[in-house]
Design a protein around this ligand. Structure first.
Ligand code: GAR
Length: 204
């Protein structure tokens, strides 16, 4: 409709440990460069020294530190942040913790996660970061890719909403696979997030 201002969506990005934050950066830059009305309400870190915090400071993105040492206090801390910033969606990017069913229910907003393989293969406990690519390499896969899925209380388990594949048949090492998949992650996550946000608001 002419003259209608598009809705601005707000997301919160959850990282953990020593997250380098390359997906956060790709998401932030994609929305900015394409003038897509999605703002990052806050970025969660669980270690003050996480490299991702430096990017947030440079870019003026709010960073919230919540210690994950005590799981109950951790989930209560995330819930408090969600209540205070009121995001439409949680976006997990390098977040390696489980969120309990109670916590997910209490937040009452959906959460998406990105996983660097074609789920259901190479997912679940112990499959994160470079370990995923090492397993893919050891199995001599010719194709790998990226999965974006809804978060439930199990690791890498909720409904997959989007996948993208990439040819890795000429990769000589697991690190090479990891690099190729990461570049795909950077291209794929932000548009998938926006598509998900708009499809949800269309369906009421
Ligand atoms: C990404 O490759 C992401 O897919 C993976 O951690 C990396 C985080 O990188 N997530 C998982 O393995 C979840 N099971 P980043 O901090 O540079 O975005």
């Amino acid at each position: 409709m002419a003259g209608t201002t598009p809705k601005t969506y707000r997301i919160a990005v959850l990282t953990s440990g020593l997250s380098r934050g390359s997906n956060l950066r790709a998401i932030h830059q994609y929305f900015r460069e394409h003038k897509i009305p999605v703002e990052i309400g806050f970025v969660l870190i669980t270690r003050k020294s996480a490299p991702v915090a430096e990017y947030c400071r440079q870019e003026g993105l709010p960073v919230e530190f919540v210690s994950s040492l005590d799981p109950q206090a951790f989930e209560a801390g995330i819930q408090k942040m969600v209540q205070s910033y009121q995001p439409d969606l949680l976006v997990l990017a390098g977040f390696m913790k489980k969120l309990s069913a109670d916590c997910l229910r209490a937040m009452a907003i959906p959460a998406l996660n990105i996983h660097p393989a074609l789920l259901p293969k190479y997912g679940g406990q112990g499959f994160y970061g470079q370990r995923v690519h090492e397993a893919v390499y050891a199995s001599q896969e010719k194709v790998s890719g990226v999965s974006i899925h809804l978060v439930d209380p199990e690791y890498d388990h909720g409904d997959v909403i989007a996948q993208a594949e990439i040819d890795i048949s000429d990769c000589q090492t697991a690190a090479e696979i990891g690099q190729r998949v990461l570049e795909l992650e950077h291209r794929f996550y932000a548009p998938t997030i926006y598509k998900y946000l708009t499809s949800r608001s269309c369906s009421g």
